[in-house]
Design a protein around this ligand. Structure first.
Ligand code: IMP
Ligand code: MG
Length: 179
């Protein structure tokens, strides 16, 4: 390992994540009120979404899936505050029951933008499922209907989450050590 290589401490192991995803899928199955269209917010949530949709299948839920890319971060560890739609859905969300799936709820800008977009387009209902909740960082008054784990104000990577395009493939969620 090179001297510049960052050290990553495990925050949630592969097994902890798998157990939590299974529980979340059960909660979503219990709350379902019609055929779901899952709207995955790329890029960070693609690994979570892939596991969640298979856990939902085990829980007896067979949703449709579509993807949109929203971007509020550049390559750094701080949000720019402006949410940009860089890739839109291909499905029409009018009169559909939507479950938005995203990686991290921080200021709430990304989730609020996604939710408002679905409502503006005439969705019948909008539920939200977030892998991680940085509760103390909220700027807008928005909460997730389903959430995996609450974490403090630390920058995490792995399980789909990146730091400047790196670390998405780690099977666990980790914190980049800063020292
Ligand atoms: P918000 O719009 O401030 O709520 O920011 C949420 C978005 O910022 C998430 O969808 C992530 O893409 C990104 N993000 C926030 N914190 C982290 C982190 O610790 N690691 C990687 N991406 C993050
Ligand atoms: Mg994101």
């Amino acid at each position: 390992m090179s001297v510049d290589e960052p050290v990553i401490d495990v925050l949630f192991s592969e097994a902890e994540i798998a157990a939590r995803v299974e529980t979340l899928a059960g909660e979503i199955a219990g709350a379902q009120n019609g055929e779901l269209l899952i709207v995955v917010i790329l890029k960070g949530s693609f690994v979570f979404a892939a596991d969640l949709i298979r856990a939902l299948d085990r829980a007896g839920v067979a949703p449709q899936v579509d993807f949109m890319t929203l971007s509020s971060y550049g390559v750094g560890t701080r949000s720019s505050g402006v949410v940009r739609l860089t890739r839109d859905l291909s499905e029409d969300v009018g009169d559909r029951h939507i479950l938005i799936v995203d990686d991290i709820l921080e200021s709430g800008r990304t989730l609020a933008a996604a939710r408002d977009m679905m409502l503006d387009r005439g969705a019948a209902s909008v539920l939200t499922c977030l892998l991680l909740d940085k509760a103390e960082k909220r700027v807008l008054p928005i909460e997730a209907d389903f959430k995996g784990f609450v974490i403090g104000d630390r920058f995490v990577v792995g399980y789909g989450l990146d730091l400047a395009h790196r670390f998405r493939g780690l099977p666990y969620i980790g914190v980049v050590r800063q020292d």
